[in-house]
Design a protein around this ligand. Sequence first.
Ligand code: SAJ
Length: 423
Amino acid sequence: NTISVVGLGYIGLPTAAVIASRKKKVIGVDVNQVAVDTINEGRIHIVEPELDMLVHAAVKEGYLRATTVPEPADVFLIAVPTPFKADGGDHHDPDLSYIEAASKSIAPALQKGNLVILESTSPVGTTEKMVEWLAEARPDLTFPITDGECSDIRIAHCPERVLPGNILQELVSNDRVVGGITKLCSALAAGFYSTFVKGECIVTNARTAEMCKLTENSFRDVNIAFANEMSIICDELGVDVWELIKLANRHPRVNILQPGPGVGGHCIAVDPWFIASQAPNSSQLIKTARAVNDGKPSWVVNKVKDLVSDVLLATGKGEHEIRVACLGLSFKPNIDDLRESPAMEVALEISGLFQDKTLVVEPYVDSLPESLKNLGARLVGLSEALKADVIVLLVDHKAIVDTSIEIQPHQRVLDTRGALKKF
Ligand code: SAJ
């Protein structure tokens, strides 16, 4: 059995490596020649714990090989991005062009009996569209339409659910929702996953599987928005939101998530829009949650401005003497991914407001992004940052929050994650 994984990014490459580690022949396909070359050298182009060792072993033992041109296989797994349309303005419509391009690229390699599984997070109806794209490209083959009819090609959706930073473990241990175009497609796809997944593979139809993934991430976004809204209300009312949430969560049916400087990453802040874009009038709560979470970075920046004014008043210092320190830049703790990061958004705004006076701590990078450097922000160690007049904790990296910090009377601290040990 040969498995082809199309799209060798954060989902595709770990999936390819895990399957190859089970001594299955895997052909990885990606349009990025550099990624393909890197993988064929047994190295990786993304950051994920333990992935480098797994890929190295799989390539060395001959189970994993990458290419830019799809080749015949028994199972095709499509794991390409589904971003927003660039010209969408405020509409946030999903861009399915990567899925369309991937479908068209595998079409010439398809053979009777193949199973094609879409793993990319997709709006409802995308798997059905994939069937149309494939059928158009291969009129000589039959594709699944309704139950009871046999087709040459079997097609299903099985959304990935892994957490960046813990992908290799979750790929194997998480339950999977498998939605085929027909019952036979579902059963075949579930059978495929059960060869490397220890979690349960639960069968449904393609549209429900698509909606299930969007719902999981929207649920998390709405719950974080509630926590973020509570943090703003508590700040106004003089209540410690962290203590409040701990206490409320002692109720057996309450489980509030944690407030922060906003919601980042490539999924939680994106997927709710896929629902809102298909049902705009009925997605009021989902859209409001997005607005609350997207508004949090500006709230943090305004708090920092207030704290700076406070220091100026209390110390009589001139504005040019003030130093503001941002602790953390990544979109969540203990990873190096700065893309779509609310911490980065806050640090950029602060660096713009306090040019040449902003210090940044980010244990996971060797140098600051150009955008921050251009505003005169400096990458420093934690001990230097802790001497700043205003200290803003943006990411609860272990390396930062494990340090107890001693605050001088003239210093002000904004802990957006409720994680600093102060005394
Ligand atoms: N965040 C909070 N408060 C919290 C939890 C998270 O502010 O209590 C923030 C994080 O700091 C980060 C953002 O939310 O900025 C997203 O982080 P995350 O850890 O919640 O999620 P991701 O984006 O790394 O991964 C999510 C996961 N989805 C769910 O937990 C429902 C993962 O299982 C999905 O596979 C992934 O999205 C995806 O690819 O869709």
